[in-house]
Design a protein around this ligand. Structure first.
Ligand SMILES: [Zn+2]
Length: 179
């Protein structure tokens, strides 16, 4: 499994790219109908949520794996509703990281999440479980997306630690590695 797989506006997936090992997130840590993750990512997310809970931090998935077809419908529905800055907020089918099974949205998909203790906890601890904040503030020009405090991406602990410590995006990290 290539947990560093880059999916963004320049690197789309194919319609037939479907993760091999999807598993359902434990109901204790899920409130979404898109409740599938790659099995290793599921393991680490649940471990993180379990540890967080000990500190009274409640983390629940609201949207994890999304198929190409699902993303297609989602994007169309946003378009019909004339969502502002659509392409900064939502991905066209094939261009969403949710199709990898390595990413998930936690608790609420709106900017108010930034003000929560759960966000604060994730900011300090998510990297210890292999997760990175995928669309950070002030990095819109690199990621192509506005700040999404709720969207986390699994890359594995070795990489998440370096990304966290150097305050990088996945795009910057991969580019650096290739040099
Ligand atoms: Zn997301």
């Amino acid at each position: 499994m290539n947990y560093l797989k880059l999916v963004n506006k320049s690197n789309p997936l194919e319609k037939c790219d479907i993760p091999l090992y999807l598993k359902e997130i434990n109901r204790e840590y899920n409130i979404g109908k898109n409740n599938l993750l790659d099995k290793k990512v599921k393991f680490w997310f649940e471990l993180m949520a379990k540890q967080a809970k000990k500190n009274n931090i409640i983390l629940k998935n609201i949207s994890a794996y999304r198929s190409y077809e699902y993303q297609e419908k989602l994007y169309e529905s946003y378009k019909e509703n004339n969502l502002e800055n659509l392409d900064m907020s939502s991905a066209k089918a094939g261009y969403s990281e949710h199709q990898t099974g390595f990413a998930l949205d936690i608790n609420m998909d709106n900017i108010n999440f930034y003000e929560t203790i759960e966000y604060q906890w994730l900011s300090k601890n998510a990297y210890k479980y292999g997760f990175i904040l995928r669309y950070p503030k002030d990095k819109e020009y690199i990621t192509g997306y506005k700040f999404e405090p709720w969207h986390y991406r699994y890359v594995g602990r070795k990489h998440s630690k370096k990304i966290y410590e150097n305050n990088l995006t996945l795009e910057e990290y991969i580019e650096k590695k290739q040099k």
